[in-house]
Write a protein that binds this ligand. Structure first.
Ligand code: AMP
Length: 284
């Protein structure tokens, strides 16, 4: 596996791979890799000739300076995990390499970003769209792999690909979980043992919410209230939002649930660590 640190080096490799007719898979990450990331890389290695994994803690998508500062950074350990998973090239740029000048272009995603993460993290998806566009231009992937753990991000990237006519296929990969149900996340490393023991309650409450929705007798607003009540009982847990939304438009469902594909998304703070998770309810 090669480690590339400059945009020019990645572009040169991309050029060669494309000329040789090789199919390129891209897996963008912020590092501190776990099994969720590695499954994306393995899927890309199965489906593509070359796999580019990027590790870049993107400052423009953080609205909280402490979250950016405390984000785990473990490039050597990450590199050691990527090669056996089938990664061909690790792109590991510095901030000045990705942002030689401050950016001016702003992305707006309308209603898609006025809910959930977009509502609670102003500017987040502008930063995501900026860095993802740069990575698409530099690596020119045939397929790009994203996790459904960041459900809204997948919707935003799908819109970005469509609006800017990026010639690639988006692969949305199911959320990989710990045996106790906690969604794998680089931020889990920052949980204290006490907080880690309580963290699976998030997924349990989401599963209960999905069951209520599937049952068809509980309005989305009542489902949200049930989750609030369950999580209020967890010591040290502060729920930021719980939203039942249409899985395609991401617009909140409140009064009635007519059986469309839906998603239940939440964000919560546990012992100073912000966690997100979601479950999808297939339509009837
Ligand atoms: P991150 O490093 O957190 O920005 O994540 C990089 C990519 O891995 C994103 O597309 C995430 O959605 C995806 N990802 C993160 N955690 C998981 C997980 N537990 N299961 C599946 N994909 C994940």
């Amino acid at each position: 596996m090669e480690i590339l640190t400059t945009a020019a080096a990645l572009q040169a490799h991309t050029e060669n791979w494309r000329r040789a007719g090789q199919h390129i898979g891209l897996v963008p990450t912020m590092g501190a890799l776990h099994e969720g990331h590695l499954q994306l890389v393995r899927a890309a290695a199965t489906e593509c000739d070359v796999v580019v994994a990027s590790i870049f803690v993107n400052p423009t998508q953080f609205n909280n300076p402490d979250d950016f500062r405390l984000y785990p950074r473990l490039p050597e350990a990450d590199a050691a995990l990527l090669a056996p998973a089938g990664c061909t090239a690790l792109f590991l740029p510095s901030v000045s390499e990705m942002y030689p000048r401050p950016t001016v272009v702003q992305f707006g995603f309308g209603a898609l970003e006025r809910v959930m993460e977009g509502e609670h993290r102003p500017g987040h998806f502008n930063g995501v769209a900026t860095v993802v566009s740069k990575l698409f231009h530099l690596s020119r992937p045939h397929r790009a792999y994203f996790g459904q753990k960041d459900f809204q991000q997948v919707a935003i990237v799908r819109q970005l690909i469509s609006d800017l006519t990026f010639d690639l296929e988006l692969v949305a990969f199911p959320t990989v979980r710990e045996p106790d149900g906690l969604a794998m996340s680089s931020r889990n490393r920052r949980l204290s043992p006490e907080a880690r023991a309580l963290a699976p309650r998030l997924y349990q409450s989401l599963q209960a919410a999905a069951e209520l929705l599937r049952g068809g007798h509980t309005a989305p607003a009542a489902v949200q209230a049930a989750v609030r009540e369950q999580l209020a009982a967890v010591p040290g847990l502060e729920l930021e939002y719980i939203t039942v939304a249409d899985a395609h438009t991401l617009q909140p469902l409140t009064d009635t649930y007519a059986g469309c594909p839906a998603v239940v998304c939440l964000a919560a703070h546990l012992g100073g660590v912000r966690l997100i998770d979601n479950v999808v309810v297939e339509g009837k």
